[in-house]
Design a protein around this ligand. Structure first.
Ligand code: NCD
Ligand code: ZN
Length: 345
């Protein structure tokens, strides 16, 4: 039985670091294991211009504790006013690695997102031309669409038309949660990848709602039925290079989660590697773990894989803190509800 695994150092292809006190507290949780991360731009106000991305990158690097290495891969928040020239310049300089599309109102801090997709057509065409990937929060926001159907409807009504209208546009479907999302990726040979979170490999919608409401399992896109979770595990553990880890680790203070209108987001930065190793072990797919965490993502983003490695060891259940403390208040670490046996040593 394998009880030691050495992997190329992993990257996180979808991460929320926030700013200020929260950034200070959560950044070491990611940098401890991950070499790089695609940094989500949904600050208040959002990171829209190249100058804002440069300044956010400086704040992230300033918050990095001495002795830790970590490279933030910056993204721009797509708005109806995004300037294609500013975007192209930020990409050409090496600062910006992707642009994030939030349909307006889809999730936390998405009010400046896109309402009319025709308005961003010139930006998308420029992105296709220069090979800059579009990271997509794939949920429609129409009030009449059931929240559990919003990903599927988005694929049909928004994503597929955008991709057909913009040949060559490279798209990452972020945090897919459905079998339909998996199948859409599999059916499209080129220019399409998808991130999968650790928590969507573990919880289904029952975990959120049965036996009392569990605010720390509530995130967007919301976890779906068990059949969908299984499809995500199949995709992640299959070795298919189009699927890679994006944790969507999204810290909110307990005060903001445990309230009458609690925020969406699961905080997994602290225990991601133990979570995914457990899932891959249970699926008999430890040989596919490195592809998912450390190889498929750089391949999609056309970046080199990391030279450094990390080692995981299997043994007694791993201990990790229930919460991390921040100057804004505690943030609860995602609890899978079962013991984890793989620790990063
Ligand atoms: C994210 C956040 O809190 O910023 N929340 C979440 O539930 N995933 C936003 C997002 O990625 O949707
Ligand atoms: Zn996110």
């Amino acid at each position: 039985m394998t009880d030691t695994l050495t992997l190329r150092r992993p990257d996180d292809w979808h991460l929320h670091l926030r700013d200020g006190a929260m950034l200070q507290a959560v950044l070491p949780e990611t940098a401890r294991h991950f070499a790089r991360a695609i940094i989500m731009p949904n600050l208040v106000p959002p990171v829209v211009t190249g100058a804002q991305a440069a300044s956010y990158r400086d704040r992230i690097l300033a918050a990095l504790p001495d002795g830790m290495s970590f490279e933030p891969l910056m993204t721009l928040y797509l708005t109806e006013d995004t300037d294609p020239d500013d975007m192209a310049a930020a990409h050409a300089s090496g600062l910006v690695k992707a642009v994030k599309l939030y349909p307006a109102g889809a999730t936390t801090n998405s009010a400046s997102g896109v309402r009319d997709f025709d308005k961003v057509r010139p930006v998308l065409e420029r992105m296709a031309e220069i090979g800059l990937p579009l990271c997509v929060h794939g949920e429609v926001t129409d009030a009449e669409i059931d929240i559990f159907d919003r990903e599927v409807v988005f694929i049909d009504r928004v994503l597929d038309p955008i991709r057909k209208a913009t040949p060559g546009l490279r798209v990452v479907m972020e945090h897919i949660t459905t079998r339909d999302g998996v199948e859409y990726v599999r059916a499209n040979e080129t220019d399409l990848g998808a991130t999968i979170t650790a928590h969507h490999l573990i919880i289904n919608r029952n975990h959120i709602l049965v036996g009392g409401i569990k605010p720390h399992y509530y995130c967007l896109p919301v976890a779906k039925r068990e059949e969908h979770r299984k499809a995500l595990v199949d995709a992640a553990t299959s070795g298919d290079e189009r699927f890679f880890l994006g944790t969507d680790s999204a810290p909110h203070t307990d005060a903001n989660k445990e309230m009458a209108c609690g925020c969406a987001g699961c905080f997994t930065a602290t225990n991601t590697m133990s979570l995914v190793a457990e899932v891959f072990d249970r699926a008999g797919a430890l040989d596919k773990l490195e592809g998912f965490t450390s190889v498929n993502g750089p391949r999609f983003y056309r970046l080199p894989v990391n030279d450094q490695t990390i080692t995981l060891q299997k043994g007694e259940p791993v201990t990790y803190p229930d919460k991390i403390e921040t100057r804004d208040g505690p943030v609860t670490v995602f609890d899978p509800g079962f013991p984890l046996h793989w620790r990063v040593v």
